[in-house]
Design a protein around this ligand. Structure first.
Ligand code: PGA
Length: 205
């Protein structure tokens, strides 16, 4: 079971206190600037670039040099604001797999079938993030999540995690739906809330 704190483009208010008190089993995906400060937890990147010469981006090989083992790929916000295409996300995921970095490939209802076929047999974790649940406070129902997990598990052996308005109120139900983990965005900036969610996640590996 994995639990990812996706800080997106900001940092918690008191980041030092946060890093002292946050549950060590949580994978933290901070902005690139803060990856060196993640010492007690495992760090993940939020994206990477296929090019070595784009201002503001970070090439995937640099993630390896930084010692990272995880990278979120194709998040809805990357698709929406940076026009990241599915082909690019797949290219990035394939490049990361070659470097032994596990891509957390974000999927939604439109892409899931193609994503399953792409990820099948590769060390890629699928992160099901319905667009209407990201940042809205309205997570997908556990019944729908269960249905999605069953579909994925019937077609491939990849891990499948859920993201989209996860909170300490719904985490237990979402976990019971059979997911291999959760991604928490907005609420992960509060260490008390993410620690509460960690308490509900039964087994970490
Ligand atoms: P949210 O974000 O928890 O704020 O909905 C999840 C995500 O975008 O990964």
């Amino acid at each position: 079971m994995i639990l990812i704190a996706n800080w997106k483009s900001t940092i918690p208010k008191n980041v030092n206190e946060y890093l002292r008190k946050v549950d060590r089993r949580i994978i933290i995906a901070p902005p690139m600037t803060h990856i060196p400060f993640i010492k007690n937890n495992t760090a993940a990147a939020q994206s990477c670039s296929l090019s070595k010469s784009i201002t503001g981006e970070v090439h995937f090989e640099v993630l390896k040099d930084m010692g990272l083992n995880f990278c979120i790929i194709g998040h809805y916000e990357r698709r929406k604001y940076f026009n990241e295409t599915r082909e690019e996300s797949y290219e990035k995921a394939a490049a990361l797999v070659k470097l032994d970095i596990i891509p957390i490939l974000c999927c939604d209802e439109k892409s899931i079938e193609e994503d399953i076929q792409f990820a099948k047999g590769k060390n890629i974790t699928l992160a099901y993030e319905p667009v209407e649940s990201i940042g809205t406070g309205s997570a997908l129902s556990p019944e729908k999540v269960e249905h999605i997990v069953e579909n994925v598990k019937s077609k491939c052996r990849n891990k499948v995690i859920y993201g989209g308005s996860v909170s300490s109120k719904n985490a237990r139900h979402l976990i019971r739906a059979g997911v291999d983990g959760l991604i928490v965005g907005r609420l992960s900036l509060d260490f008390k809330e993410i620690n509460r969610i960690a308490e509900l996640v039964p087994i970490f590996d």
